[in-house]
Design a protein around this ligand. Structure first.
Ligand code: URA
Ligand code: SF4
Length: 211
């Protein structure tokens, strides 16, 4: 299957999925969107009210702010893939629960494998936790780490920055520094042998799929 076909298949499956309790609050699943060959994947938390209505990621207030942040980083929304760790809206926008993250993880793994991005940018604690287990967002935000053959950059969640005024300058600064990090990642990947992790000790691949 081509990357496009995998993404379309995942979108079809999540639209009728009942693997966790979140299907009860789903109007439209939000599989994520963007080019199947995106260099960069942004991964948020889960659909909110507007996303559940439209079936598209980051289309509410957090999405408007994310669009501003992308502009700050010199990125076009149409050039990146944007999705979430859970594809169905948690009731009243509560945090996703561990069993929901675990149930939905398979879809995200298939999306990552199909797109095979160089860089994953996590938005908020839940997607950060998938790639940087045990890290604290308050200390790692804006930082990049090598995870296997890719780089992962942890960012605050745009909605958190909208609700906590103190985080707004920090997230703007982190996105402002993104072009520099992207260049570093591209250059490191160009000079490394696929399958080998030069900068960081090899991580246990099993660990990467745990939340
Ligand atoms: N917040 C998220 O984490 N994801 C969305 O798609 C919208 C808001
Ligand atoms: Fe299925 Fe994920 Fe929706 Fe749960 S959140 S019902 S696992 S698609």
């Amino acid at each position: 299957m081509s990357a496009e076909e995998v993404l379309a298949q995942v979108a079809k499956e999540v639209s009728v999925c009942k693997k966790c309790a979140l299907y009860h609050s789903r109007k439209n699943a939000v599989p994520g969107e963007g080019p199947a060959d995106s260099e960069i994947m942004f991964i948020g938390e889960g659909p909110g009210f507007n996303e559940n209505e439209q079936g598209r990621p980051f289309v509410g207030a957090a999405g408007t702010f994310l669009n501003e942040l992308l502009a700050e980083a010199g990125l076009k929304r149409a050039d990146v893939w944007i999705g979430n760790v859970v594809k169905c809206r948690p009731p009243a926008n509560r945090d996703p629960m561990p069993e929901e993250l675990a149930a939905c993880n398979e879809y995200l793994e298939r999306q990552i494998a199909a797109i095979n991005p160089k860089i994953i940018i996590t938005l908020g604690r839940y997607s950060m936790g998938k790639f940087m287990p045990g890290a604290k967002i308050s200390s790692v935000h804006g930082q990049m780490r090598r995870v296997g053959d890719r780089f992962v950059i942890a960012m605050f969640h745009p909605a958190a920055a909208l609700h906590q005024a103190a985080l707004k300058p920090a997230i703007l600064k982190d996105f402002g520094e993104l072009p520099k990090l992207l260049e570093q990642a591209r250059s490191a990947l160009k000079h490394s042998i696929p399958g080998q992790t030069a900068e960081e000790p090899k991580q246990d691949p099993k660990q990467l799929s745990l939340f």
